[in-house]
Each structure stands twice: as C-alpha cells, then as structure tokens.
Write a protein that binds this ligand. Structure first.
Ligand code: PDD
Length: 286
C-alpha cells in the first residue's frame, strides 16, 4: 500500500506532497511535532500527545490549527488510509510560509503535515539483551521541553552513539542526568526507581509518564528528583523510554557493563507491565 500523508487539508501519496522552500519549518526549524504510537489501530495516549502538542504550540506562539476532535479525525484517518495495525503517526505544525525574516510574519497559516509508518517496537532479542549507550555533555538549548522540529542538537548527539553502533546517547548537564538524544532515561539504584523531574531541560515524555504511572500503581519505590552523573555511572539498572522504544534496558554504558550487564529485575517487571498496559489500552482506548 502506498504511504498516504496529509498536507494542509488533503490526503495524498507521499511522493505528491510538496512544501514551499520558504516554509519556516525548512528555513528556521520553526515548528513542533508529535510521534504517536498506534497499537491495533488505536492511537496510544492520544489525549496526552495532543495536550503536549498544545503546550509546544503555546510556547512558540502558534495558534493551534485544530481542536482535539479535528486532530483525532486526522489521526484516525491517516491510520485507516495506511492500513497496518501497529503504526507510528508523525504530525508536524510549522509557522507557515513567508519571506525570510526572523520575526514572526503576520497573517500566515500554519503548515500541517501528518504521516504514518509501520511501528517498529524493539525486537524480543533486543529486549532480552538490552542495548549499549554512550554519554555526552548536553549542549542543547534551555527549552528542551518544547517538542521542536529544530533537532540539530539531538541529531548531532544521537550520531555520537550511531558512530559506535550504540542505541542512544545519554546526556549530562553540569553533572546531572537530563535525558537521551531521543528518549527519557530512568535509573535504578538499590531497588529505587529514579527519574529526573520534568523541567525545561527534558522533553516531558508520554512514555515517561506511563512508566511512572505503572511504577506507582504497582508500588515500586519511586523518586522523581535530580540524578547525578555519578549515580548513573554506578546504577544497578538504566532504562531508556520513548514512543517507539517503549522501555529498553541499557546494559552497557561507555563500554562498561551496567549492573551485571543484563537487563535487571525491575526492568523485566516493568517491561511485562508495560505490555499488559498496552493490551488493556487496546481493549479500552482512552
Ligand atoms: N522522540 N526525549 C527526547 C529528546 C525525545 O525526542 C523523545 C521522543 C523522548 C520520549 O518522549 P515520548 O515518550 O513522548 O516518545 C524524550 C520521538 C519518539 C522522536 O523524535 O522520534
């Protein structure tokens, strides 16, 4: 089946979608996006993704081009037209097209784009083995809470791990854990699950929230607080989370084993609970 995308009011094959070169998304990276996982054709946590989209739009002062019902209609239609059960819906809003000028132009219409690709959740072998990560200093800006399409910092940081065949780059700012280049990070020490708080230095992950919700419901010991680089380096377990990775164990960091070098006990529990949570969502989508 061809990839069908949505652009400014129309569904079309991806080959036919065209953006003017003066789109501010292209010229300035002036836009925001969301990635929504879809299980058995049900968008997962759609209300939360749309709330975060609204937050990002508010932060960069773009009026939301659709209400939640409008977005829901577009998301469900792109899922239907692309066909697969498990998909990853990408949506992007940019400020629109205008003569190049840093200041916001008046009276332009945002560009709205959606696409969907088959969702590739981690293979069972990867869940079993865990992944290798490297670390780097977080040199991004101070608005990492905005899900901005200006991702050059994230791309440069992600490439550091790609260069050595690792799955992610875990980031520290002034000796504190922030997140990874395209995921949030959790740490387990002495049976306690540690999570850096959601502030302007991290993306408020939807998967992060689900993991914390499950952890609290199942009475894991949880602490949401600043986590130091030393605590990460001496952790029993490290996890990375995102819409597409779900929850993955990090079993080596900068070439050294994390804990005993295998996915830990709490990870195994959380991974199973996360899968169960997804199943429940498919029966009663929220
Ligand atoms: N990235 N932090 C960063 C910097 C991210 O880019 C992402 C997700 C996350 C996790 O957020 P969530 O749980 O809502 O997916 C954290 C998406 C998947 C991407 O850019 O493809």
């Amino acid at each position: 089946m061809p990839d069908i995308v949505y652009l400014n009011g129309e569904f079309m094959p991806i080959e036919e979608a065209r953006i003017p070169v003066l789109d501010r998304g292209f010229i300035f990276g002036d836009g925001v996006y969301e990635v929504i996982p879809v299980y058995s054709k049900h968008p997962f946590r759609m209300a939360e993704h749309l709330r975060r989209l609204q937050y990002s739009l508010d932060k960069i002062r773009i009026a939301n081009p659709h209400d939640d019902a409008g977005w829901g209609g577009l998301i469900n239609e792109i899922i239907r037209r692309n066909g697969g059960d498990d998909q990853s819906v990408y949506l992007q809003v940019t400020r629109g097209v205008a003569k190049r000028d840093h200041a916001f132009p008046k009276g332009i219409k945002p560009t709205v784009f959606l696409m969907s690709t088959p969702l590739a959740t981690p293979a069972p072998a990867l869940v079993e083995s865990g992944v290798a990560c490297v670390t780097a200093e977080d040199f991004r800006w101070f608005n990492c809470d905005i899900k901005s399409v200006s991702l050059l910092g994230n791309c440069l940081l992600r490439q550091l791990s790609a260069d050595v065949g690792a799955a992610e780059t875990i980031l520290f700012r002034n000796g504190q854990l922030t997140e990874a280049s395209a995921s949030n990070v959790f740490v387990v020490r002495n049976g306690v699950l540690l999570a850096p708080p959601k502030d302007n230095l991290v993306l408020p992950g939807i998967t992060y929230d689900v993991v914390l919700e499950i952890a609290r419901a199942r009475e894991f010991e949880v602490e949401v607080r600043a986590v130091s680089e030393a605590e990460v380096r001496g952790a029993d377990e490290i996890w990375v989370t995102s819409a597409t990775k779900e929850v993955l164990a990090v079993t080596s960091l900068d070439g050294k084993p994390v804990g005993d070098g295998k996915p830990g006990t709490l990870f195994r529990r959380m991974h199973a609970l996360y899968q169960q949570f997804k199943q429940e969502h498919m029966r009663t989508p929220a």
